[in-house]
Design a protein around this ligand. Structure first.
Ligand SMILES: [Zn+2]
Length: 85
């Protein structure tokens, strides 16, 4: 079965689930492939990791420029003690 490429927007939408390992193996593989080819999404992934860590610490944070608002809202919904990797 061919790998269906996903767009940057889809990656951003799922990125917090990706970090929570709350996505299908299939989607995870597609996202990892995307991160391998897309420096922008890799940067967003790194930024999200940092943001999730800060939220977990209850620290106020500044969203990076251009950060996806829906992702921002989703991160804000996360429980205070999100397990780290
Ligand atoms: Zn991308």
């Amino acid at each position: 079965m061919p790998t269906i490429e996903i767009s940057c927007v889809e990656v951003w939408r799922e990125i917090s689930n990706y970090l929570d390992e709350d996505i299908s193996v299939d989607l995870r593989e597609r996202m990892e492939k995307h991160f391998g080819a897309c420096a922008h999404c890799t940067a967003v992934l790194d930024g999200t990791r940092n943001v999730v860590g800060l939220v977990g610490d209850g620290t106020l944070f500044q969203m990076p420029e251009g950060f996806n608002k829906r992702l921002y809202d989703k991160i804000r919904e996360l429980p205070p003690n999100v397990p780290r990797e």
